[in-house]
Design a protein around this ligand. Structure first.
Ligand code: CUA
Length: 344
């Protein structure tokens, strides 16, 4: 296709529709502003004070039909654009089930990425074609922003919390990654490349980098987890879990009563104040660093804070371990990616 290249490549599932709504909005704006400007100029000339040929007597003061039309037609157009835009927004914000998990850590001034298979990259990310990729991101210092123009994807990366984003690449190739939030001296150099590979190439690439058990194209890390094998990231998390003594209260044979963590991730949790919260990355992070912020219903606020004791990489590993605990034991020996909305 030799289309007009105003924008970078369209290389993700979201890109086409986001561009389309942009063009439609641009078209509507042009239509109205040019139309109004032309009519304005025409009337200014035609009805100028010195024009003797215009008959100004008997002109009507109101025209109800016309007035209703210029209110209702733009209202319908604006609502249509709103509904369309809201649907795209929901799509962009909701990662599909079974997405490949990638962890991103930003710092001045580099991007560190880590695959569930344990492979780490700096200022680079290799992903398979045609599979949804879910990014869980945090920053070690200031606010950065993960921006891949070819995917029409931009998400702030914030210290002290996890943000998520997802995309599904539709084109193999190399695409630029930028930091889109001014973050200090070398902000403009903080970037890298996203490399989209065919699934088999991706598996080979992972294996060549020493990634254990390269993902199978259709089963992937999540599928393997469902067979009870932790991925290397989760295995690291298990070590942190034992090293920091989490197992002494949350373990199977613990003497102290703490909320069980198996099957926790992705589930709704009842809190002591009567509200519920979804156990996502952010909830887990907060519960480790500030355990008294949300107390699980039926439990005492006994857990000490781990603020300053676990760093952001260990947090990522702990989150991966909890995810493993939640997928591994629910659906043993299943080749299907597990459905997280069916807690036992
Ligand atoms: Cu990081 Cu700008």
């Amino acid at each position: 296709m030799n289309q007009f290249h105003l924008f970078p490549d369209q290389a993700s599932t979201g890109a086409t529709e986001i561009d389309l709504i942009f063009y439609v909005l641009l078209g509507l704006c042009l239509l109205f502003s040019v139309g109004i400007a032309l009519i304005l100029a025409y009337f200014a000339v035609k009805y100028r004070q010195t024009n003797e040929r215009v008959n100004r007597a008997g002109s009507s003061k109101t025209n109800v039909k016309l007035e209703v039309a210029w209110m209702v037609i733009p209202l319908v157009m604006a609502l249509a654009v709103f509904v369309w835009g809201a649907r795209i927004y929901v799509e962009v914000e909701t990662p599909p089930e079974g997405a490949l998990e990638i962890y991103v850590t930003a710092k001045q001034w580099m991007w560190k990425t880590q695959h569930a298979e344990g492979v780490r990259e700096i200022n680079a990310l290799h992903v398979p074609l045609g599979r949804p990729i879910r990014l869980t991101m945090t920053s070690q210092d200031v606010v950065h922003s993960f921006f891949v123009p070819a995917f029409r994807m931009k998400q702030d990366v914030v210290p002290g919390r996890f943000t998520t984003a997802w995309f599904k690449a539709t084109k193999p190739g190399r695409f630029r990654l930028f930091c889109a939030e001014y973050c200090g001296t070398d902000h403009s150099k903080m970037g890298g490349w996203i490399t989209v590979l065919e699934p088999e190439e991706y598996a080979e690439w992972l294996a060549s980098k020493g990634g254990a058990n390269p993902i199978l194209p259709d089963i992937g890390a999540v599928g393997r987890q469902s067979r009870g094998v932790p991925n290397p990231l989760a295995a690291e998390g298990e070590k942190v879990f034992n090293r920091r003594g989490c197992n002494q209260c949350h373990g199977a044979n613990a003497s102290i009563q703490a909320p069980p963590l198996q099957g926790l991730f992705g589930r709704e949790v009842k809190l002591s104040d009567g509200t519920t919260v979804t156990a996502d990355e952010e909830y887990v992070r907060e519960s480790i660093l500030d355990p008294r912020a949300k107390i699980v219903s039926g439990y005492q606020p006994l857990m000490p804070t781990y603020q300053g004791q676990v760093n952001s990489e260990e947090l990522v590993q702990l989150v991966a371990y909890l995810k493993f605990l939640s997928t591994a034991l629910q659906q043993p020996r299943s080749a299907e990616p597990p459905q997280t909305e069916s807690p036992q």
